[in-house]
Write a protein that binds this ligand. Sequence first.
Ligand code: AP5
Length: 215
Amino acid sequence: MRIVLLGAPGSGKGSQAALLREMYGIPHISTGNILRAEVARGTDLGHEAETYMRVGSLVPDEIILKMIAARLGQPDTRRGWLMDGFPRTLAQAHGLAELTEGLGQPVDAGVVLNVDAEVVIRRLSGRRVCASCQAVTNVSAVKSGPCPACGGKLILRQDDDPEVVRRRIQVFEAQTRPVFEFFRQRYDVIEIDASQTVDEVTEALRVGLDRYDHS
Ligand code: AP5
């Protein structure tokens, strides 16, 4: 099963991908997570990416496409994958189509997580990420205290600062929203109301995606 999760920042792509990865036993490929790991390791790529991420801009397409080509070359992707945070521009969408079709592993479907901007802003202001295991949670679920998954320290993501969130939403509207139309014209697309609870969204995804699971 090869699925692309599309949605605004804070629409729940990462949270749902973590659940779907367990449900279907396929890797979750998040360009945001790969970039944050490079930043944490202090690599050249990390240093370059951080200059864009800190202000809510997109990392250049060439860097991202190279990263994805390398990731799709790894053996664990042969059984399928869930893409999260990519593609984010039309150039990336064309690059993904070319790459996956060249590998004989075309995209099965896109999922669009639809949610209003005010919900996104509320969710991102409450998001906390575990500094140890990277699990994502929200202050509405854990009022205080450590990571419910591993007991690690919960921290605010640098780009969840309100001013940076506003910029990320503008960038999403200008550069990423057109990718939805590209998907609707080219692939099966499942539209989900992502303003529902986490469990309701997961169930809607399961209903829409089960037909692509051939394991
Ligand atoms: P990235 O890490 O991809 O961030 P994003 O797309 O902005 O998405 P988020 O991680 O903010 O949100 P999400 O949809 O995963 O929501 P989550 O599940 O966490 O990218 C970060 C940066 O890296 C970019 O700005 C860019 O600079 C760079 N980058 C990455 N990919 C790139 C690319 N392809 N090209 C160029 N640059 C790239 O949920 C959010 C919160 O809501 C959490 O607290 C969660 O607990 C809560 N929540 C989730 N679902 C629900 C629900 N149903 N009900 C209530 N609360 C919920």
